[in-house]
Design a protein around this ligand. Sequence first.
Ligand SMILES: Nc1ncnc2c1ncn2[C@@H]1O[C@H](COP(=O)(O)OP(=O)(O)OP(=O)(O)O)[C@@H](O)[C@H]1O
Ligand SMILES: [Mg+2]
Length: 263
Amino acid sequence: MTEQTVNPGEVLLEVEDISLSFGAVRAISDVSFDIKKGEIRAIIGPNGAGKTSMLNCINGFYHPQQGTITYKGQKRSQMKPYEAAAQGIARTFQNVALFRGMTTLDNIMTGRNLKMKSGLFSSMLWWGSAQKEELEHRRYVEDIIDFLEIEAIRKTPVGRLPYGLQKRVELGRALAAEPELLLLDEPMAGMNLEEKEDMCRFILDVNDEFGTTICLIEHDMGVVMDISDRVMVLDYGGKIGDGLPEEVRSNQKVIDAYLGGGH
Ligand SMILES: Nc1ncnc2c1ncn2[C@@H]1O[C@H](COP(=O)(O)OP(=O)(O)OP(=O)(O)O)[C@@H](O)[C@H]1O
Ligand SMILES: [Mg+2]
């Protein structure tokens, strides 16, 4: 099947019956769920429930032993992370993964790599056009910096920034790839209330202004209930709930999992 255009409200990504094991550890058991174009889809669940593993399957880091993942009508097998990126899937990590010695600006520029046509060889031949391209990418990155309100730290090495701002720079790098589907693994972890409110606003604005579909893992239930359209709940690798935030909140299995877990 070839890649198709997906309209808002239609299924963008479909996960069918996937299972993933690491030796004797079953990280995901027979989980099916979908992500619709344009929505903010949350994945929640206690520690070790399989949430990060699910994102890793979606962007090609892990390959489930069973089940299928279909993105934009294309069923995939053994896809690599860079292929997922080329198809429009970008992500941030649970533990910030930036180049600590590089500036905010340069870190966000690395998110543009896939968009850059000029390799070293063509840059030598066509110096002028490569320079023009570089300028256009810089302009795009500067727009992201404006959007995320991080002008003041554009030249600061990210290793020197507080954690909350590093998370914002990482969001910037993911946005630089102009993703159609953005995967966020605990974007608000370790933040204070004000930083959380800012991050919520940016996530809502990305979704609203760019039409980017977002799948996020988050532990803060207030945030999840406030910003997501639908919520999927994992516990011990299995799906125990899926639906509108208010449906999930009153689901007895979900309540039990959270009371029984460390939350
Ligand atoms: N690369 C790996 N090798 C071995 N086991 C793994 C690997 N990745 C995940 N696991 C195991 O799979 C299970 C699910 O882990 P995962 O990181 O997906 O959970 P999570 O829901 O993201 O948890 P948390 O809320 O703590 O981030 C855990 O038992 C974990 O130890
Ligand atoms: Mg995790």
